[in-house]
Design a binder for this molecule. Sequence first.
Ligand SMILES: [Zn+2]
Ligand SMILES: [Zn+2]
Length: 400
Amino acid sequence: MQIPHFFRRATVALIQWIDSDHCPDGAEKMRAEPDRVDLVRVMPFIVLHLACFAVIWTGWSPFAVGTAIALYFIRMFAVTGIHHRYFSHKTYSTSRVGQFFLALWAATATQRGSLWWAYHHRHHHQHSDDPEDAHSPHVHGFLWSHIGWITSRRNFPTDYSKIKDLVKYPELVWLNRFDLLVPLVFATALYFAGALLSVHAPALGVTGGQLLVWGFFISTTFLFHGTACINSMAHLMGKRRFKTEDDSRNSFILSIICLGEGWHNNHHRYQSATRNGFYWWEIDPTYYGLKLLSWTGLIWGLKPVPVSVLEEGVRADHHMTVAAVAARHAAQPQHEYSALRRAIPVATAMAVATATASSANLPKKADGPAMHKDLSELAHNLTAKTTPPVIGASSSTDQT
Ligand SMILES: [Zn+2]
Ligand SMILES: [Zn+2]
């Protein structure tokens, strides 16, 4: 009874590699299941990681490594600027053709289709850090929030009812349904580009296999984990400027890794703005890239952060600074006391030593011209003037 059931499920998972909307029992039923890793369904994801080790055989070249780094950032921009800031939040506008082009670009990131991505992300904002949130590190733990949740069977189907504004475009639904197609074409193109370069530009030292491993497998694996850091780390690491109902945080480090997405607390406070770095000092490369794209005419209508939210942020920063200073002051008496405890004996010792030196080692007044009044003479005079005459001493001497 169990074995046919397993094979049936495995067959469904295999078909889902090609057609991710294939759900014979209904997507709703699948989403209602408890979390359970689907090893067959997740096999392409495991292969993506294991294939990185093929570098042992392909080796490396500066061109291949440079391609991997460039493709990391080009596709990170697609994840943050397209999957996130366009499809999930619609923070700017584009034409229908432009939208399709953007979806194709984002699909090379190999993080499923834009519609699946947007559905899960909107769900995250609706249920941030509560038990419904599929990838909250506070509810499910770090590992599950980083990588576990995407291996769970219940999280594979796209809930189209939650993204009605996107479902009306069949070309987007088609791309979302066959989400392995673009990555396969992209990886194949990289292989052939490397093979062509090995023939026509042998000085680069690159081969088809090398460009496939570095440009696709290694770059895409890093890209996945960089993106996943926002689900896991951005709710654990950094500062909270806005008191949102979740535990989202702002982190400069994550903003570098994820091109501006690290200002996650800002984003949870106001999701409709194109920029996540609300102030000029909050580096947001995705926003700069989108601004450049807007000058080409491909996109337009970038949404600003409302002045009221910016002012609220300034006030929050001010309160945090005041609280930090108050906390320092509260801790200071202890420091002052310890400093005094160290300083008083030292100061006393110095005073005693100075007094002893001034009375015992002071140079004798030298006879000579009035001009020869150096500092020691002045000091001698000063001591003589300030020391009262010891009358008793001289008389007692006389008496003896
Ligand atoms: Zn979040
Ligand atoms: Zn978001």
